[in-house]
Design a protein around this ligand. Structure first.
Ligand code: NAD
Length: 258
């Protein structure tokens, strides 16, 4: 049975009730996990208030600011996890960013700074968070990140984020190889297109969703909660033999050639 009772789970990437991380947090909570939530702080504290209200029903035992471009905040997040929880079992990496300018038009016009920002936030952050989680996952663990087909195949407008996701998927494999001997598993979920804050920055996202609804074997796209269910599986002992993999939760779209 899928049971995460007694597991401490740190969930990144909740911005609002459309966030995939929100779908994941709800399913981890349902399976009995003890949650810690991190959010991206802003100057006015709006995000803090909004996310705090949203996650309140899940009774997280930790609620912390963590901008993955800020080394101090990452350090402090994991120090708090060590102090309050002693061990970490599950880490959900569910965040990404690229400038809107770099998510449409000619890929060859990607700016150096746009490239660096996208790869820093969307790819390097997994490596850094996994490195910080490693010493705390003293009883093994599971790390789950979110990727998209645009990291494997060309998807119009996905552009620099495709490069970030390709790097992310390869990082999953290198991390899985390094952390496996410590019984820490690392996997990615490749989700079908879902309307969220992040995806609305990708040019033509609604067309992408309509296309998937016509072509995917299930004739629809997926929901945040379906991704959450797959994440709960990858966090549980039911997936104890699985690491270094990319699991497609996309209503089957990935298998289609035409
Ligand atoms: P979202 O906008 O709800 O979530 C993105 C999150 O990234 C937000 O919570 C935001 O605060 C966070 N973030 C951005 N910059 C950050 C920083 N510097 N530090 C910390 N957090 C930061 O959108 P989403 O679609 O739920 O995205 C979550 C993940 O799912 C992303 O990795 C995205 O690429 C991936 N994904 C999304 C789709 C889709 O269609 N929505 C499909 C496949 C994969």
């Amino acid at each position: 049975m899928l049971n995460l009772t007694g597991k401490n789970a740190l969930v990144t990437g909740i911005a609002n009730n459309r966030s995939i991380a929100w779908g994941i947090a709800q399913q981890l909570h349902k399976a009995g996990a003890n949650l810690g939530i991190t959010y991206l702080p802003d100057d006015r504290g709006r995000m803090e208030t909004k996310v705090a209200e949203l996650v309140e029903p899940l009774k997280p035992s930790l609620f912390l600011p963590c901008n993955v471009q800020n080394d101090e905040q990452i350090k402090s997040t994991f120090e708090t996890v060590r102090e309050k929880w002693e061990k970490l079992d599950l880490l959900i990496h569910c965040l990404a960013f690229a400038s809107k300018d770099d998510l449409s038009g000619d890929f060859s016009q990607t700016s150096r700074s746009g490239f660096n920002t996208a790869l820093d936030i969307s790819t390097y952050s997994l490596i850094q968070l996994a490195g910080a989680a490693k010493p705390l996952m003293t009883q093994g663990g599971s790390i789950v990140t979110l990727t998209y087909l645009g990291g494997v195949k060309v998807v119009p407008n996905y552009n620099v984020m495709g490069i970030a996701k390709a790097g992310l998927e390869m990082s999953v494999r290198y991390l899985a190889a390094e952390l496996g001997p410590q019984n820490i598993r690392v996997n990615a979920i490749s989700a079908g297109p879902i309307r969220t804050l992040a995806s609305s920055a990708v040019g033509g996202i609604l067309d992408m969703i309509h296309h998937v609804e016509q072509i995917a074997p299930l004739r629809r796209t997926v929901t945040q909660l379906e991704v959450g269910n797959a994440a709960a599986f990858l966090c549980s002992d039911l997936s104890s033999g699985i690491t270094g993999q990319v699991l497609y939760v996309d209503a089957g779209y990935e298998i289609m050639g035409m």
